[in-house]
Design a protein around this ligand. Structure first.
Ligand code: NAI
Length: 250
């Protein structure tokens, strides 16, 4: 899978990635590091953070934060100011999903999923946007999902959170232009600890057969889309929700 450098405009950019200790976030952190960016990963899993920083010294900083907690988010952005002196690119990516029948979703589960996937993106995006407005430039990218465009069953809370992310981003793009570009990406099936990793080969095969390109994505492919959207190659793209789904939404 490609992790090489293809755009010079990410060199020395200060990049913050939430959910950066696993899956799509980790692949994205490694891609930006390969592009020469200064990368801070944020995650609430301390053990994973420590392991990732040990294994990948090219990731400059790793800080623990629960993105669903606004005070913790404020504190961690103050720490980022001290360490990096600002943020050029935010990848708001941390998310969770829980499979459940709509009628069985408890208020606690609803709050947890919306609190992480939607509130968490709001808190981090607002903290980053204030800094980017002050410095006169920035890019905010968010991980939504094909589930935020069409509703797949058994994920009502998740789907609602991701649809919210898509419209939050469009609104932000309009308000924050021309200083900050804001886009979401909408992955389909990506092989990560959250999704597909536990599937048997037979289950994976069934998923893949229903995708027009006949395979799921690898996290590095999603990382490549983030790198492109953050780069100057995408300087005329804002307010968009961009599927990376093998044709699932086609
Ligand atoms: P993952 O489970 O491998 O990674 C998610 C990371 O976010 C973990 O390291 C976790 O500790 C962290 N995290 C979760 N809640 C947090 C919180 N409250 N505060 C800070 N960190 C927190 O999952 P994956 O697959 O890499 O997912 C990343 C994003 O991509 C999520 O937003 C997910 O909804 C989205 N997505 C994933 C798809 C897939 O097929 N894997 C498809 C579409 C969207």
């Amino acid at each position: 899978m490609t992790t090489g450098k293809y755009v010079d405009s990410l060199q020395n950019k200060r990049v913050v990635i939430t959910g950066g200790a696993s899956g799509i976030g980790l692949a994205t952190a490694l891609r930006f590091a390969a592009e020469g960016s200064i990368v801070t990963i944020l995650d609430f899993n301390q053990d994973r953070l420590v392991g990732v920083l040990e294994e990948h010294p090219e990731i400059t900083y790793g800080l623990k934060v629960d993105v669903s907690n606004p005070e913790e988010v404020n504190d961690v952005f103050a720490a980022i100011d001290n360490k990096m002196g600002g943020v050029d690119v935010l990848i708001a990516n941390a998310g969770i999903s829980v499979r459940a029948n709509f009628v069985d979703i408890t208020p606690e589960q609803w709050r947890k999923v919306i609190g992480t996937n939607l509130d968490g993106i709001f808190y981090t995006a607002q903290a980053a946007a204030k800094r980017m407005l002050a410095q006169g430039k920035g890019v905010i990218l968010m991980t939504a999902s094909t589930n935020g465009v069409v509703g797949h069953p058994y994920y009502a809370d998740y789907n609602a959170s991701k649809a919210g992310v898509n419209l939050l981003a469009r609104t932000m793009a309009l308000e924050l232009a021309p200083t900050i570009r804001v886009n979401t990406i909408c992955p389909g099936y990506v092989l990560t600890p959250m999704q597909l990793a536990e599937y048997t080969p037979e289950m994976l095969d069934k998923v893949n057969q229903n995708i027009p390109l006949k395979r799921h994505a690898m996290p590095e492919e999603v990382a490549g889309l983030f790198a492109f959207l953050a780069s100057d190659e995408a300087q005329y793209i804002t307010g968009q929700q961009i599927p990376i789904d093998g044709g699932e939404l086609a």
